[in-house]
Design a protein around this ligand. Structure first.
Ligand SMILES: NC(=O)c1ccc[n+]([C@@H]2O[C@H](COP(=O)([O-])OP(=O)(O)OC[C@H]3O[C@@H](n4cnc5c(N)ncnc54)[C@H](OP(=O)(O)O)[C@@H]3O)[C@@H](O)[C@H]2O)c1
Length: 241
């Protein structure tokens, strides 16, 4: 389908995967509201995306803040006239022994990785209902399915993200609203460089790979065949593990 002129909100756009997603949507000539906390990074990305023919509005802020989330939806509608796609990329990971995770750590991770996308989807739904191609893509992780050691809070947050996404998908599919998950293993971004400095770019997926999967969901939007989730592992990892 032709996505030119459709509008997306992309959270975490100042990060590795989110910026690749933004560029991919720009190549489809989609309007975008992009977010992250670093305005300078968002502005550079916005200029690049505009160079590809997209219209992009950079909104810096904390996506755990409900007023900020509301402003993202409002900005999309006021600037571009509609909201068709929400891509939740913003996230944080923390490698910590279970007993060292404080309540503050837990809340910070859950608030960003699970609660913020939950309520951004809720805020966006009334506008998505007006779209003929409403699509939500939530970036979970391989840890939404596994229990790697030292990632208990991150795993809890990604299980929560996957869990509510599945429920939401079942609540809204009869209204022609699609909810998809992408569950990557290691992707070469600042996050993985911090968490797994032993992994080099040739051993992991690239942000562009994940952006291509997001674009695949969009390409399939009008098809009768629907893919709910795509799990991705890095090339160095054993298949079906
Ligand atoms: N990289 C991987 O190996 C991997 C694997 C599986 C899943 N994932 C998931 O993919 C998503 C993107 O990860 P990434 O690797 O691209 O990470 P990244 O490069 O570290 O980017 C994280 C993004 O989240 C934003 N963010 C963090 N806290 C925020 C807050 N309070 N409010 C608004 N934005 C906030 C950051 O914005 P600022 O930098 O501007 O603060 C940044 O844009 C995450 O959900 C992650 O869990 C990543």
């Amino acid at each position: 389908m032709n996505w030119k002129g459709k509008t997306a909100i992309v959270t975490g756009a100042s990060g590795g995967i989110g910026s690749a997603v933004c560029e991919k949507l720009a190549s489809l000539q989609m309007n975008q509201v992009i977010t992250g906390r670093k305005m300078d990074v968002l502005e550079k990305l916005s200029a690049k995306a505009c160079g590809l023919g997209a219209e992009v509005m950079a909104c810096a802020g904390d996506v755990t803040d409900s007023a900020f989330r509301k402003s993202l939806v409002q900005n999309a509608v006021e600037r571009f006239g509609s909201l068709d796609v929400v891509i939740n990329c913003a996230g944080i990971a923390q490698n910590q022994h279970f007993e060292e995770v404080t309540e503050e750590d837990y809340d910070r991770i859950m608030n960003l990785n699970a609660k913020a996308p939950y309520f951004l989807c809720q805020t966006a739904l009334p506008e998505l209902r007006k779209s003929s191609c409403a699509t939500i893509i939530n970036i979970t992780s391989v840890v939404a399915h596994k229990g790697y050691p030292f990632q208990s809070a991150y795993a809890a947050s990604k299980h929560a993200l996957a869990g509510f996404s599945k429920s939401l998908a079942n609540e809204v599919y009869k209204e022609n609203i699609r909810v998809h998950l992408i569950s990557p293993g290691g992707v070469y971004t600042p996050m993985v460089a911090l968490a797994r400095p032993d992994l080099t770019p040739d051993m992991v997926s690239l942000p562009e790979d994940i952006a291509n999967i997001a674009a695949f969901y969009l390409e399939m939007r009008d098809a009768n065949a629907i893919v709910d989730e795509i799990q991705v592992h890095r090339s160095g990892k054993e298949p079906f593990a």
